[in-house]
Design a protein around this ligand. Structure first.
Ligand code: SF4
Ligand code: SF4
Length: 377
């Protein structure tokens, strides 16, 4: 952000799009070169992340369709693996003596769990958190199955031998290599889009080449900040806030909105009021950076059923980064303050945040609900 003037409106949107495209080109080049190491080694999806996924699916039918279609294809992949497990189970049943009967019964139980999971993936399951939680049980089903097979001499070897090119069982040392993330498809990558888990959204990267190193090398700090801002009309931000409050307090996530005009501010505050919150609208004349610890303290003191809207004339990337650190820690504690920070403009950062240059394994900002208002056409 050169020139000292703040970004807003169409100029802000254009700069975000440019930076996002540059970031995406770097991701495509680097993540391809490391062969998508993180997505090929189990999932990073946790219980909290499922709320983000559920919210995204409820908010956007097209996205819901993408996830469901992706999961049907994951079901096909898991069924291919299951067929191999069943083949090995049948071979073991034919060749083992009675002493193995209880191990065999346990293995058959695991096979049934696996088959039930595949069948569930293919259903039009309800969009409820308790349903989506089933997505997290597959890693235990798979691991229980492999443990059950390992109790038979040659069980895992037979699994790998019968796996061929289609099924996904390979040795990694003496163990079976981890499966790809449940949400990963070879041709399209992650099926979760912007609703991916916080760790993934924050580019947790231990790969070589390293995505974060490349992002630091190729993008300025301000461009990195811009690339992490989503573009949304005010209506969509309000729809998201209303949905969160309808789903329950544990779904409410702080929001940061830049490029907002008076009307946007009023509509956002009014939406919180209509959701039954007592809204405190604070207008702060001078932008001032607060430490992550100060932000955490302030948000911890928000009374129940109260929403805070803080309006600043401008904000810079450094302040957003520090805020992101605080909000990330709040997220990890599973706290859900009703807090919206609104800035009319995004201004250039005088100096990059010190943690931007550190050898961090992850960068905050990706998992924030950080939006620029899309101007009406
Ligand atoms: S984020 Fe890192 S580990 Fe994951 S695919 Fe990209 S470069 Fe590889
Ligand atoms: S959730 Fe998506 S980005 Fe994260 S590991 Fe899985 S496929 Fe990769």
């Amino acid at each position: 952000m050169q020139g000292g003037t703040g970004l807003t409106g169409e100029e802000l949107v254009r700069r975000i799009q440019e930076s996002s495209e540059r970031r995406q080109r770097i991701i495509d080049a680097v993540c391809g070169a490391c062969e998508n190491k993180c997505c090929r080694q189990m999932t990073m999806m946790g219980g909290q992340d499922l709320r983000r996924l559920l919210r995204g699916m409820l908010l956007d039918e097209e996205f819901e369709g993408r996830v469901r279609r992706g999961l049907y294809r994951v079901a096909d992949r898991l069924e291919t693996d299951l067929r191999v497990v069943q083949q090995v189970t049948d071979l073991l049943a034919a060749s083992q003596d009675e002493a193995d009967a209880s191990d065999l019964a346990a293995l058959r139980g695991n096979v049934r769990d696996w088959a039930d999971f595949v069948a569930w993936l293919r259903t039009d399951f309800d969009l409820r958190l308790d349903e989506l939680r089933r997505l997290l049980v597959f890693s235990a089903i798979r691991s229980n199955t492999l443990n059950a097979l390992a109790r038979f001499r040659g069980g895992l070897g037979a699994l790998v031998n019968l796996s061929g090119d289609d099924a996904g069982f390979r040795f990694h040392g003496r163990r079976i290599a981890p499966p790809p993330c449940l949400f990963y498809l070879d041709d399209i990558g992650c099926i979760c889009n912007d609703a991916k888990p916080a760790k993934c959204a924050n580019f947790f990267c231990a790969g070589v080449p390293n995505l974060l190193e490349e992002l630091r090398r190729e993008l300025s700090f301000d461009d990195f900040v811009l690339a992490n801002i989503g573009i949304a009309p005010t209506d969509r931000i309000i729809a998201m806030m209303r949905l969160e409050r309808r789903l329950g307090p544990e779904f409410v996530d702080p929001k940061i909105v830049v490029g907002a005009a008076d009307q946007d501010i009023e509509e956002i505050a009014a939406a919180m009021g209509r959701a039954g919150e007592s809204v405190r609208l604070k207008r702060i004349d001078r932008p001032g950076m607060r430490s992550a610890a100060e932000v955490e303290q302030e948000l911890a003191g928000i009374p129940d059923r109260t929403g805070i809207v803080e309006v600043y004339p401008a904000i810079d990337g450094n302040t957003l980064y520090e805020l992101a650190l605080a909000l990330d820690r709040i997220r990890l504690r599973d706290e859900h303050p009703s807090f919206v920070l609104i800035a009319r403009e995004l201004v250039p950062t005088p100096a990059a945040h010190p943690l931007w240059d550190d050898q961090m394994m992850a960068q905050p900002l990706g998992a924030l609900d950080l939006f620029a208002i899309e101007p009406p056409r």
